[in-house]
Ligand binder design. Structure first.
Ligand SMILES: C[S@@+](CC[C@H](N)C(=O)[O-])C[C@H]1O[C@@H](n2cnc3c(N)ncnc32)[C@H](O)[C@@H]1O
Length: 398
């Protein structure tokens, strides 16, 4: 059975190189002069815009604002950072204890961002932003370092090529553009759609790789309400214009699911389409997805109660939870439900005595969750009797 989702299905005819070349050329031109066609109006928090050079603001080719969801102290990676606007906003949102990395493959966009960075840091009084050159579907490869390697390793034979390939693999391993598990939040604004269909699955795997456990992706991108027909998908102008590579709306969320994320949800959805092409609506969606559901399951006698309002829900590990039922969960699932985005939906039942993890038994996670007897959480010998809690006038409890 072919389980490939429509958004990730390779195109039969388009070559990734031709898509990438069209994107590269379009954004080189768009770095030099503002291109109105590529703009999707977004209102950013004006307090952060004052310090950003006007030529960066003019070259706003975003479709949403993932920076709204950042917190002080976080390490952020912006995929396809363009002129640097989201990085400069993020730099202020995370503050001097946070860090921001902007990644883009386009040298003209990077030149604009790198030139503007000292202007912003002088105005805010600290410097926490760096721009790196790379392809977002291959975040291990530092393309500036690759250029230097190619310059010092001329290729005149197959043996030379083998040597260069070996050096490239070493470069990825020893000095990756973005290291494994080094980022708290991956953000992106209107870029993922530009990656060729052949590379989209790898792109989501890379986002997952660079995030630390418990980290999250907050991505604004363009989605469509119907599949884009092949004649539109093969048009380089529509590709580079964020139309042809748009995700089918449900496919965008499925792509995070396939890469191993959990707690995936839509934070913002543009109601009125940005563009309608041949009857297909294209609009901006901002999605959040968390990393960290992998790993062993241990029995510590935890329970949770799903509050509703749905009669039943299923999480990204396939656990099926019935509203109001006290069910047994492993220590890992308990800790996941105890945090965003799930916390508000659960009552958490903490065991009276917590067996230490090194002596805990493995827990078998099953789709149909078993009832947790309160005796297991309280302990078989528990027989306390207490007085009624003291009443206060407003919240009397008979
Ligand atoms: C639509 S613009 C968005 C720029 C920026 N995020 C903003 O909000 O203005 C797309 C940017 O992504 C970059 N880009 C496109 N495909 C890329 C890829 N595969 N790897 C790295 N950068 C890419 C382009 O060079 C361009 O700067």
């Amino acid at each position: 059975m072919d389980t490939t989702s429509p958004s990730l299905a390779p195109l039969p005819t388009s070559e990734p190189a031709s898509i990438e070349a069209a994107v590269r050329q379009r954004y080189s031109e768009a770095a030099q002069a503002r291109e109105a066609e590529l703009c999707c109006p977004v209102s950013y928090d004006p307090q952060y815009l004052r310090v950003i050079p006007q030529e960066v603001l003019d070259r706003d080719y975003g479709c949403g604002d993932p920076s709204r969801h950042l917190r002080p102290g976080e390490t952020v990676l912006d995929l396809g950072s363009g002129g640097g606007k989201i990085c400069f906003i993020a730099s202020q949102a995370v503050g001097p204890t946070g860090r921001v990395i902007g990644g883009d493959m386009n040298t003209d966009m990077l030149a604009l961002a790198r030139k503007s960075a000292p202007v912003v840091s002088a105005a805010i009084g600290y410097d926490n932003v760096a721009f790196r050159r790379g392809r977002i579907q291959d975040l291990a490869l530092d393309v500036d370092a690759l250029d230097a390697l190619i310059a010092e390793t001329p290729v005149r034979s197959a043996d030379d090529l083998a040597l260069l390939n070996e050096k490239i693999e070493n470069l990825r391993r020893i000095k990756p553009l973005v290291a494994d598990q080094s980022v708290d939040v991956v953000v992106s604004n209107c870029v993922l759609n530009l990656v060729s269909p052949q590379d989209k699955r790898k792109l989501f795997t890379e986002i997952h790789r660079v995030l630390r456990r418990g980290g999250r992706a907050v991505i604004s991108d363009i989605v469509c309400d119907e599949p884009v027909p092949s004649h539109m998908r093969e048009d380089p102008e529509l590709w580079s214009g964020c139309i042809s590579g748009a995700f089918l709306e449900e496919g965008f969320l499925e792509a995070f699911e396939e890469a191993g994320f959990y707690g995936i949800s839509v934070l913002e959805r543009q109601e009125t389409p940005w563009r309608t092409v041949q009857g297909i609506e294209f609009r901006s969606l901002t999605v959040e997805a968390f990393k960290g559901k992998e790993g062993p399951c241990w029995e510590q006698h935890h329970a949770v109660i799903y509050r509703g309002p749905f009669r039943e829900v299923v999480d990204d590990d396939g656990h099926r939870l019935r509203r109001g039922a006290r069910v047994a969960v492993c220590e890992k699932t308990f800790n996941i439900y105890a945090q965003a985005p799930y916390r508000a939906h659960f009552d958490l039942v903490v065991p009276h005595v917590l067996p230490p993890l090194p002596s805990a038994q493995p827990f078998t996670c099953e789709p149909d969750m078993k009832r947790r007897s309160p005796r297991e959480t309280k302990g078989a010998q528990y027989d306390a009797t207490t007085e009624a809690a003291a009443c206060n006038i407003s919240g009397a409890c008979c």
